[in-house]
Design a protein around this ligand. Sequence first.
Ligand code: ATP
Length: 354
Amino acid sequence: MATVEYNRIGKSFGAVNIMRDVSFRIEEHQFVVLLGPSGCGKTTLLRMTAGLETVSEGDLMIGGKRVNDVHPRDRDIAMVFQNYALYPTMKVYDNIAFSLEVAKVQTDEIKRRVEAAAEVLNLTPYLQRYPKELSGGQRQRVAMGRAMVREPSVFLFDEPLSNLDAKLRAHMRTEIRQLHNRLKTTTIYVTHDQIEAMTMADKIVVMRAGKIEQIGSPDEVYDTPASKYVADFIGSAAINFMPGTVVTGEGQPAVDTPNGRIRVLPGAAVKPGQKVICGIRPTDAVVSDDGPIRTRALLVERMGHDVQLCTAAPAGQFLAIVDRSRPFAEGVEVRFDAAPEKVHVFDAETEMRL
Ligand code: ATP
């Protein structure tokens, strides 16, 4: 097991700089997810960690040792790729054993490690099959088996579930996390899927255009997003934003928005007259007969236990997830409120949390 430390890492491809000043530390046993939209640099950061891409600036440390110039083979890491990269002409056993054979590990030891990995990954019945005779989820497990038998200090995963259907993805998420709970190998996992990040990570690193936007536990990035960008990226249903101006009335700060006067926390670093953006998650919008946010129901989408209500509000579309016990007809007026502690306030200019 090892720590991984990024110390002011920068990356350029030729004259084009795509990453600068990335610094953070991953503790032993931690499961860290690099999260961000396509092109934000998460794969490049992972590939630099693996040694598949050079580091342009800064120090990359694995297990306390600077590895910028260390060959991938000597970094004691194992990477699982999005396309699994299995050898189609080799049986599952040989796919898993391959790297150990190349490393000239003794045959008995190879057999022990492959069988142990197959046992953990429920692949024992499939060891004599070819990859094409396996399901997507089984292939994914073979790719993990190949990484596991090397007993690395760090696992790197590059969007390993993106080729699977939604149900299998949910299942493999749980499997990978359970595997981590057992092996406790330091893990760095790249995805653009915020649900994967929320469900698997000990710590999420939210990236934006080659920089870190926020680092925190899943609860921290959800409950206290550092910026409008993070608030928008995290959460299954899109957060509602509304512009406004801070006012102080009756001791409690509030924000005047096109959607009415929204109460905010006294603790928020807001000043009267300040231009801000308020964010309210659909799950935090509460139906209330005298609520300030007056909307008209446009679409009622049943989601099983809950109902997603898409409404028209003065500031634009407003989404709410509400209990299904109260039926709403399309076209009716629905008023919403939100508890002040659930209203996220961002500076209108910097878009950073206040
Ligand atoms: P995705 O989820 O689409 O893989 P990502 O967040 O992993 O996105 P990267 O693949 O790391 O993003 O790419 C980050 C930026 O670096 C992009 O702007 C990309 O165009 C650029 N880039 C990546 N690889 C190269 C390369 N070999 N040469 C030049 N530019 C590159």
